[in-house]
Every structure is written in C-alpha cells, then in structure tokens.
Design a protein around this ligand. Structure first.
Ligand SMILES: Cc1cc2nc3c(=O)[nH]c(=O)nc-3n(C[C@H](O)[C@H](O)[C@H](O)COP(=O)(O)OP(=O)(O)OC[C@H]3O[C@@H](n4cnc5c(N)ncnc54)[C@H](O)[C@@H]3O)c2cc1C
Length: 390
C-alpha cells in the first residue's frame, strides 16, 4: 500500500493552496466552517471556474479536464482546509453535473454543462419532503403529464441553497399506481418557473442556506425529465453514494481544528500555556488520530470511484465515521474553550472567531443530512457485512 502522493499531485496541491492563500489576501473570503455548503459566493466560484477546477474529472468532450478523482480529492481537501466559500459550485461539481453527463439528453447537456463549468448557475437539490427523508421512496410531490408538459404540485424541504437557485434537481412521483420505488422520476427545472414559492429555513446556526420550496401547478416541458421515467429512484441511489463520499464529511469544520491548535499554543491559563496541559494535549492528539482514520476511509472511497465502481457501503462507512469525528471536534473545542466557546462570531469576546459555537450547533445536522447515521449503519450491515436487509 502506497500512501505517498506523486510529485505531480503534490504540485497540484501547492497550486490550489497558493491560489486560496492569494484569494484570502485579496479579501475574496475569510476562512469559515461549512464554506462548502453555506458559503455561497458566485464571485469565488467564477474564479475557481476560470482555473478549470470545476468539472475536473468530467470527460473532455463535455468541457471537463478528464483528470482522475485523486486530483479532485486534493482540490476539495485544500478548499476545505482553507474554509473556502465553495457552496455555489460544490453540488453541481460533485453530483449534478455527473448525473447530467450520465443520464441527460443532448439538449440538457448543451444547456447545463457549459454554464456549470463557467460557474454561472446554481442548481439546488430538491429531494426531501416533510414526510420523506430517510424513506425517500415515499415522496408525494407529483408530476402529472398534460400534453407536452408535466404539472408539478407538492412541497420540498431542506432544498440546498434554495434562494440562490437558477434550477432545481427535483425528485417527483410520476406513477401513482406502481410500487413506490418504481413510480419516481427526476426532473431539472428552472427555479423561476411560475408557481414556485421559496421560503428560506433559518437553521440552528442562524443561516438561511436551505429552504422550503412549494410547487403549485408548476408547468414545465417534458424535456425536463432527466433519465428514464419512473426509474428515478435507482438514479438517486447512485447519486447519494457520491453525495456521501467526500472529504466535506470530515473537514467541514477544519478551520476550527486549525484555530483550536493555534489557540492552545498561544493561550495561557493559570500562568501556564494550554498546550502544556496533559488533558488538552491528550484530547487534541486523540482528535488527530481520528482525523487521520477518517481521511484514510475517505481516500479509500476515492480509490473505489477511481476503479469505476460506485462507492456504496464504503461511502456509508466513511460518512458515518467522519460526521461523528466532526461532532467530537465540536465537543472538544467547547470543552477547551469553556463558556466563551459558546459565543457566536458577532461577539467580540468569542474565541476562534465563534467557530466553536457554530460547529457545535451545525454538526448536529451532519449525521442527518445525506443519510442518517442509523440508515448508513444499515447499509454497512447489509452491503458490507452481508447481513439481511432491515
Ligand atoms: C442540515 C441539513 C441539510 C440538508 N440538506 C438537504 C438537501 O440539500 N436536499 C434535500 O433534499 N434534503 C436535505 N436534507 C434532508 C435530509 O436528507 C433528511 O433530513 C434525512 O434524510 C433524514 O430524513 P428526516 O429528517 O425526514 O428524518 P427521518 O427519516 O424521519 O428519520 C428520523 C429518525 O429515524 C431514524 N430512522 C429512519 N429510518 C430508519 C431505518 N430504516 N432504520 C433505523 N433508523 C431509521 C433516523 O436515523 C432518524 O434518527 C438536509 C437535512 C439537514 C438536517
């Protein structure tokens, strides 16, 4: 087993980190937690696009760079390390573009791929509903055929970046008689279609990065269907494997980890540097061990993708482990920082830029979104260990 990166890969990592340091110096962004899902910056995304770093692994015939997944992991690892505001392109780069390439019509590819690559459009993920989260096959949002159109009625919840959407990648029911897994389709529709109402969700951290979206007799052409009608559920399962598998499940709060280590080196308590406290050293060292384990699990997923296989139970295992690491990081940070750690970024007394408080609150959702830890353990049990389905 070779854990070394090649000289080319190290060179690419340096190129990405130099770009990010330069953008921080220019004031394009300040490092933050959850930049990959809450940091919506079209300006930053356009700069990333200009470097050719969106669609890095897409085939060249679609405007991608045709590079391997290890390069993409290096790119995302550096983005996360610097807490870059990459949400505007993260989802399209990670899974939506891949779906368009795989399942889309020529017309959809012509319309969407060049604009994704240029960082011009944001596409939200509209899967979950108030009554359909883990059991996504229960979706009730309906798309009824009417001539050359579908007419959509229903409600979605937790649609990512709802207020920034140019398009939404929507999971709908198209067959009302078939068994529930067999009556689902996927559509990509324009978010400004008449009949769509977006209501931001103010989450536990106070951000509005998600939204409720209501569909009231929304009429869209049938050309919005992506992939095969009524086979959408099987397409989604594949997309979720990619959604779960990245370093963002481990490093969403990396800027906090970094800042915490700096904090204990620079802060004295009772006349002694915190970095000399055995308990604190022990806790941080334990976190580092767990971080390295999570990193290896995630790079393993990357190698599975590189082999051309869908990372199913491997992605489930990595996400279940890594999101628990993120929650332990938040717990440890609040323990070390004491009551001040609970202050939000707006307070001048908040240590580490209020990232501990943010991370403590935000990380609760990490083990829910993109598959809850209980559901992921079921996947590892049945697919990884060969135990009967739950
Ligand atoms: C911060 C955040 C961001 C999100 N982003 C998006 C997004 O961008 N797009 C989108 O479409 N959705 C998004 N979601 C929704 C997310 O996918 C759902 O919350 C998730 O699938 C869980 O569904 P639920 O909330 O309905 O909970 P439920 O499915 O009702 O689960 C409730 C509890 O029951 C447990 N449970 C359910 N089924 C089983 C089972 N078979 N075995 C054992 N235990 C089980 C769960 O683990 C959980 O503890 C987001 C959610 C959050 C919190």
């Amino acid at each position: 087993m070779d854990f070394e990166f090649t000289e080319e890969q190290e060179k690419f990592r340096r190129e990405v980190s130099q770009f990010l340091e330069e953008e921080i110096r220019r004031g394009t962004f300040a490092p933050r937690c959850d930049g990959w899902m809450q940091g919506f910056s079209p300006e930053f995304t356009r700069k990333v696009a200009a470097k050719g770093w969106i669609g890095l692994t897409w085939p060249k015939e679609y405007g991608g760079q045709g590079r391997n997944n290890i390069d993409r992991f290096i790119l995302t690892e550096e983005m996360l390390r610097y807490g870059a505001p990459a949400a505007y392109h993260w989802f399209t780069d990670r899974q939506i573009g891949r779906s368009v390439i795989h399942f889309g019509t020529d017309e959809q590819k012509r319309e969407l791929l060049p604009r994704i690559l240029k960082g011009e459009i944001y596409i939200g993920l509209g899967m979950s509903e108030p009554g359909a989260g883990s059991d996504l096959a229960s979706v009730q949002t309906r798309a009824v055929e009417d001539g050359d159109d579908f007419v959509i009625d229903g409600q979605k919840i937790w649609t990512s970046g709802a207020q920034y959407m140019d398009y939404v990648y929507l999971v709908v029911r198209t067959d009302f008689e078939a068994p529930k897994h067999r009556g689902i389709s996927e559509l990509i529709i324009r978010a400004d279609s008449p009949g769509i109402t977006i209501r931001p969700i103010i989450d536990i951290t106070g951000t509005e990065a998600w939204g409720e979206v209501f569909y009231d007799s929304v009429r869209v052409p049938k050309t919005c269907l992506i992939g095969e009608k009524n086979r959408g559920f099987y397409q989604i399962l594949n997309q979720l494997d990619y959604e779960r598998s990245g370093l963002e499940r481990l490093m969403g709060n990396y800027p906090l980890f970094d800042a915490l280590i700096k904090f204990v080196k620079e802060t004295r308590r009772n006349g002694k540097p915190l970095a000399e406290e055995p308990l604190i050293r022990n806790k941080l060292a334990q976190l580092q061990v767990e971080f390295e384990v999570g990193r290896l699990l995630t790079y393993r997923v990357c190698l599975v993708i590189e082999e051309g296989r869908a990372p199913n139970w491997e992605a489930a295992m990595a996400k279940a482990y890594c999101t628990t690491f993120e929650q332990r990081l938040a717990d440890t940070a609040t323990e070390i920082l004491g009551l001040y750690g609970q202050l939000a970024a707006e307070s001048k007394w908040a240590p580490v830029f209020g990232m501990a408080a943010h991370s403590y609150l935000a990380s609760k959702g990490y083990s829910l979104q993109a598959g809850t830890t209980e559901v992921l353990r079921n996947i590892v049990a049945s697919r990884g260990l060969g135990l009967p389905q739950d």
